[in-house]
Design a protein around this ligand. Structure first.
Ligand SMILES: Nc1ncnc2c1ncn2[C@@H]1O[C@H](COP(=O)(O)OP(=O)(O)OP(=O)(O)O)[C@@H](O)[C@H]1O
Ligand SMILES: [Mg+2]
Length: 394
């Protein structure tokens, strides 16, 4: 029997963040995919052996959980270059999109095929049998609608196959993914766990644990505000909104295109322009350094105002809140704007994470803590029943 491997995966609308095993491996890929009608043109042997597989994810996916089966996709960076790439759209439900599953399976397969995992998984011919214990999450809104139940059971109930086509290093390999256990956590709750507990679920932040706090997670397409009281997420008070930074990034991209005639590849390029350390808010136009500050300022301030209105609304309904943390990539992008608004308006006690990795990997880290703890407890139970059986026999 092959062993089970821990996987903690945050399928963000913008990018997938994943941690594996003893946190010995992590993956971050953009949540972009493109259908491929024909096989990718054959590439040279060197390219196949030496390039980074993550830059050439080209796969065929088979799973009863998918609406469309046996479709060939380019995923991540490779898809960005395609002219019919799909990034998830506003109003879509993560739990109901094939894209969520394709990215999830691709991520798992990319862990499973690594040589380092040879000892854990059985491999016959070119097929790897991979067993995972998965911790993942859905936005509060979808969990409140009960969508986590169906999502979990379709993952659990079958084997999902990823076949690597023209992918560096892994061409021709197939991975059969099976889940021993799947836990679907609500995103807001996970953020709280990550703030107050370490990897063994020991409390690391005594100061915070009994406070009434808000966590506003600004993602690519959605914003979740979790209300925490008595160490629990208040389900009735928590709110999810169909608003993130993607739309604004897209608007910035579009305006740069019409105003300066410069075509940026993706939203990621926009993020780079507005967050880079040197020469922030500038682009090159026909070789001349050009400011786009007017465009970015106007669009991002507008979004920050909307986000601030949500905060104000929730704070009014939870007047005894002590602090609100802003997390997610959106918090990085909007930090300065939100701080400025807060200074001139209500002056709430708000905070951000300095380290972008902490802010953006918040959910993946939380799922990792929760699923590892779950696994440890399960292992103990198994050991306990085995000793029980032995003592009955003897
Ligand atoms: N290092 C970074 N600095 C600033 N912004 C970033 C950074 N990385 C990503 N972003 C931007 O922040 C936005 C949200 O990123 P994040 O990873 O939090 O979203 P997500 O979790 O994938 O989406 P969602 O929470 O809606 O599912 C994205 O549009 C992204 O472009
Ligand atoms: Mg997110």
């Amino acid at each position: 029997m092959s062993k089970t491997r821990i996987a903690a995966i945050d399928v963000g609308n913008d990018s997938i963040k994943a941690l594996f095993g003893k946190a010995d491996f992590e993956i971050n890929i953009p949540n972009v995919m493109a259908r491929d009608t024909e096989d990718r043109p054959v590439i040279g042997i060197e390219e196949l052996n030496e390039n980074d597989p993550l830059d050439g994810i080209h796969i065929k996916v088979h799973s009863p959980a998918l609406k469309e089966n046996n479709v060939i996709y380019r995923v991540g960076n490779l898809a960005t270059k395609s002219d019919h790439a799909t990034e998830l759209d506003l109003g879509s439900s993560k739990s109901e999109e094939d894209q969520t599953l394709v990215l999830l399976f691709a991520t798992l397969a990319l862990d499973a095929v690594r040589e380092e995992n040879g000892p854990s998984f059985k491999k016959t011919n070119q097929v790897i049998e991979a067993n995972y214990t998965l911790g993942t999450g859905l936005p509060l809104r979808e969990v409140k609608e009960g969508k986590d139940v169906g999502y979990r059971s379709q993952l659990l109930s079958s084997v999902h196959q990823v076949e690597f086509l023209v992918t560096p290093k892994y061409q021709g390999l197939k991975v059969n993914i099976k889940f021993d256990e799947v836990k679907v956590y609500p995103e807001g709750f996970a953020a709280y766990i990550n703030l107050v507990m370490d990897r063994d679920l020991n409390i690391i932040n005594r100061d915070l644990i009994d406070k009434r706090i808000l966590i506003q997670d600004i993602g690519g397409l959605s914003t979740d505000i979790a209300v925490i009281k008595n160490r629990k997420v208040d389900d009735d008070k928590a709110q999810g909104f169909n608003i993130g930074v993607s739309e604004s990034l897209e608007a910035i991209r579009e305006e740069i295109r019409t105003k300066h005639g410069v075509e940026l590849d993706s939203r990621r390029d926009v993020v780079e322009i507005i967050t880079k350390k040197n020469d922030r808010n500038h682009i090159m136009v026909k070789g001349s350094r050009t400011s786009v500050h007017d465009i970015t300022d106007r669009i991002l301030l507008e979004l920050a105002k909307k986000q601030y209105r949500h905060l104000r609304n929730i704070w009014q309904k939870n007047s005894q809140t002590e602090i609100c943390y802003f997390v997610g990539g959106g918090a990085m992008v909007l930090k300065d704007y939100l701080k400025a608004l807060n200074n001139s308006l209500d002056g709430y006690n708000i905070d951000f994470f300095e380290d972008e990795k902490e802010s953006i990997w918040m959910m993946a880290n939380a799922y990792y803590k929760l699923i590892s703890d779950f696994n440890r407890k399960k292992q103990k139970e198994v050991e306990f029943t085995q000793t029980e059986k032995k003592s009955v026999k003897s």
